[in-house]
Design a protein around this ligand. Structure first.
Ligand SMILES: *Cc1c(COP(=O)(O)O)cnc(C)c1O
Length: 475
């Protein structure tokens, strides 16, 4: 049996070059013109079905035609999360160097699981992990970590580790604490781990949306009285809703006293450690047992790269090491880390490469400046809104997140009317496709939320969006 070139899924050198240049040209054009595009794409299921539904084709098609079909129909039907007026959720500003690094990693299809398979990939993960450990004040020699697909996987990896180290086999009496502002991925992870509802304490936050330390202390005391085993606390360092940083020093003291695992979910907010007063903004973060950071948010990396940092790398290897016979030959020695022994995945893409190349290329200084700018931008917006008699700041600028609502002094609207109009404003803004601006709920109020972590966003972008909101509110 002989295979043709195409049967081996191969192209000629000239075909590869032609195809590759077209892809690069498309990406470059996107980076070059994205600011002028609409950040919002909408399409219904039936519209999408009409475009794409078909049986898997048995026969080949022209490569360039397929590519052009995709560029025209697929790449245009997604929100542009890198857009300066993409304010919602946590945007992914990304950067070109990292996008190209990802292309390299994929092009060479580097297996980033074991040392023997790719020593340089493992080494770059060690090196970049050390950069992060140092930034967050965790011990470099003893500490460790792993890149994951994102923050959700990092949180899951952290909680598997916490449960293993603190509870071993029997976690029937174990209790875990988190605040009502903790990210949903933590609850998801807790459910995946098989904890029952009775083992989860969702502690209310205070007026500032911070973990209520008194309520936490009471809950722990009550659980101990009942013979339960408090084992883990999840703090947020930058909640997704408001950017609030929990009182990490106080929580650290409780964890120390009660021998709880101290996990800090800093998925989006952790990057603020690079800001001018980053140590102050995130004070206490260095006391964590484990920290989740999400480089594909405010470290400007393209999807997917999350990261878990731990105070002691042996906690990870002690939790995830299995020794199957078919991996015997790629094991390194003690110092040669196999990242498949430090987390859930065996086959892993080379995530460290983009982090490494973008920081080498731009230098940390550029990252620091961009993050400072983002924090400043949110503060500027807060000033602007406070000076207006049409807007109310509901939660102040915190790590580049701000929540506000349309609430003209002259109108004296009821809460119900305010919810309705703010919901309507968001709907109309999104329908206009000019900006991605959606609502969240704070104190049972519907509020507009901006997460300003894109260094390409300007005060002009923001002001034009606020004007658009005012125009829709008047309608
Ligand atoms: C975004 C986020 C997550 C989830 O991260 P993914 O990368 O989306 O999986 C977890 N925690 C916080 C605080 C977040 O902001």
């Amino acid at each position: 049996m002989t295979l043709t070139k195409s049967d081996k899924l191969e192209l000629t050198k000239a075909e590869m070059q032609d195809y590759g240049y077209q892809v690069v040209d498309a990406i470059v054009a996107h980076f070059d013109t994205q600011n002028e595009k609409f950040p919002v794409a909408t399409a219904s299921r039936s519209e999408m079905d009409i475009l794409f539904q078909q049986d898997a084709p048995e026969h080949p098609s022209n490569a360039t035609e397929v590519l052009h079909f995709v560029l025209e129909n697929v790449m245009t039907k997604s929100n542009i999360v890198t857009h300066p007026r993409s304010y919602s959720f946590v945007p992914g500003p990304s950067n070109y160097i990292s996008a190209m690094s990802d292309t390299l990693a994929t092009g060479f299809n580097i297996f980033s699981g074991g040392w023997a398979a790719s020593p340089a990939a493992a080494e770059l993960e060690i090196v970049t992990m050390n950069w992060l450990l140092k930034l967050f004040g965790l011990p470099i020699k003893k500490g460790g970590g792993i890149f994951t697909s994102g923050g959700s996987m990092a949180n899951l990896t952290a909680l598997v580790t916490a449960r293993n180290i603190k509870c071993g086999q029997d976690f029937s009496k174990a209790v875990i604490y988190l605040s009502d502002q903790a990210h949903s991925s933590n609850i998801k992870a807790i459910h995946i781990l098989g904890f029952k509802k009775e083992q989860i304490r969702m502690i209310p936050t205070d007026m500032e949306f911070k973990f209520s330390v008194n309520k936490l202390k009471n809950a722990i005391a009550k659980d101990k009285l009942e013979g339960l085993q408090p084992f883990c606390l999840i703090a947020s360092s930058g909640t997704t809703n408001t950017g609030t940083v929990d009182s990490l020093n106080e929580l650290a003291a409780i964890c120390k006293k009660e021998k709880l695992w101290f996990h800090i979910d800093a998925a989006y907010g952790g990057a603020a450690i690079l800001a001018k007063n980053g140590k102050k903004l995130l004070q206490g973060i260095e006391k964590a047992d484990s920290i989740t950071v999400d480089p594909h948010k405010w470290f400007f990396q393209p999807y997917e790269i999350g990261c878990l940092l731990v105070r002691n790398h042996k906690w990870l290897s002690g939790t995830f090491t299995e020794k199957p016979e078919y991996l015997r030959d790629i094991e390194g020695n003690e110092s040669e880390i196999n990242f498949y022994d430090h987390g859930i995945e065996l086959t892993r893409r080379f995530r460290a490469l983009k982090f490494y190349m973008s920081i080498k290329t731009f230098g940390l200084k550029a990252f620091r400046k961009a993050i400072d700018y983002n924090i400043y931008l949110a503060e500027q917006l807060e000033d602007f809104l406070r000076k207006s008699d049409k807007w109310e700041v509901v939660s102040p600028a915190n790590l580049a997140i701000i929540n506000f609502r349309y609430n003209p002094i002259a109108e004296n609207w009821s809460e119900k009317q305010l919810d309705k109009i703010n919901q309507k404003i968001s709907k109309k803004v999104v329908a206009s496709r000019e900006a991605l601006l959606v609502t969240t709920i704070l104190n049972r109020q519907v509020v507009l939320r901006m997460c300003l972590i894109n260094p390409r966003t300007t005060m002009n972008d923001i002001k034009s969006t606020i004007l658009l909101c005012e125009k829709f509110a008047a309608e």
